[in-house]
Design a protein around this ligand. Structure first.
Ligand code: F6P
Length: 326
């Protein structure tokens, strides 16, 4: 083996996502397969600053591939956001003899990893983990597939009761600044309207006119999928009821979208990304992020990855609109 790295660690950071356990398992088992020692950092960067580093081996990742959440726990850290925090964290890793770190999380977590590499000389590789799908350099993020299926199943159930009562339902799905869950559910659940933070022009009058129109055409329900980034679902439901005369209920799906057993896709893609991240560290690489782009697993420098931009697919959005309006 040409690499000099002997010991690596793995942590999860930011919001948890189903499939993170599959990635942790793949990191640990690939490291062992390559003869590397591997540690787990508990509670993300905050746990790192508190020295919460545990031994990992093949057994410590048994029976986790099918579980939601993250066995390493996760946290957000204000202290780590500072240069001093990063320098301290790098020192803690060095004292443990850890030369490489796999960070499973979102954009913010990758920026943190970059700091560890630039300030502290630790080799770092990021794996995109977020249900929001809002990491620009990759078409896939760990957890999105499970979350969108969880949301879709919940919305199907709401649709049943919405139809029985001939109501309008405003359903809020997660995505603080990204509408991917809303868009996918909009198409998958046959919603009449989808409100995305990237697209919605605040034209509530148009939305209300559309609801009146579908009611006049005899539709038995009207499903509005509203992304968290737009929010205010309860007051929106009240306004719709007042202005259209159609009984309206709001449901905020919330954190149930972040839990549950990962889908096959999340288990498989997360496993491949975990193995890929260890391959990169073993080759002596640093400042890389593992991505899935145009059907292939690839890696970019974190800088290059963070500089990329991602927009809602126009055609997909158009389809969601015309299927809901005709
Ligand atoms: O990043 C994933 C996400 O679930 C967002 O969709 C949501 O806005 C946020 O995390 C919620 O964070 P928290 O769990 O801290 O409330």
């Amino acid at each position: 083996m040409s690499n000099q790295i002997k010991k690596i660690a793995v942590l999860t950071s930011g919001g948890d996502a189903p499939g993170m356990n599959a990635a942790i398992r793949a990191v640990v088992r690939t490291a062992m397969y390559k003869g590397l020692e591997v540690k787990g950092v508990m509670r993300g960067y905050q746990g790192l600053l508190e020295g919460e580093i545990v031994d990992m081996d093949s057994k410590s990742v048994s029976d986790i591939i099918q579980k939601g959440g993250t066995v390493l726990y996760t946290a957000r850290s204000k202290e780590f956001a500072t240069d001093e925090g990063k320098a301290k964290a790098a020192e803690i890793l060095k004292k443990e003899g850890i030369e490489g770190l796999v960070v499973i999380g979102g954009d913010g977590s990758f920026k943190g990893a970059q700091g560890l590499s630039h300030i502290g000389g630790i080799n770092v590789v990021g794996i995109p983990g977020t249900i929001d799908l809002d990491i620009s350099c990759t078409d896939y993020t760990i957890g999105f597939d499970t979350a969108v299926n969880t949301a879709m199943e919940a919305i199907d159930k709401i649709r049943d009761t919405s139809t029985s009562h001939e109501r309008c339902s405003v359903i809020e799905v997660m995505g603080r600044s990204a509408g991917y869950i809303a868009l996918w559910c909009g198409i998958a659940n046959g919603a009449e309207d989808v409100l995305l933070p990237e697209k919605f022009d605040n034209d509530y009058d148009k939305l209300i006119a559309h609801i009146k129109d579908t009611k006049a055409k005899g539709k038995k329900h009207h499903i509005v999928i509203n992304a968290e980034g737009i929010g205010h679902s309860t007051s929106l439901a009240k306004r719709i009821e007042e202005e259209t005369g159609m009984e309206t209920r709001a449901t905020i799906l919330g954190h149930m979208q972040r839990g549950g057993s990962p889908t096959c896709k999340d288990r498989v893609y997360a496993s491949i990304m975990g193995a890929y991240a260890v391959d990169l560290l073993a080759e002596g690489k640093t400042d890389r992020v593992v991505c899935h782009k145009d059907g292939k697993f690839v890696d970019y420098s974190i800088d290059e990855g963070l500089a990329m931009t991602k927009t809602i697919d126009e055609y997909m959005y158009e389809v969601s609109l015309h299927l809901g309006r005709s």
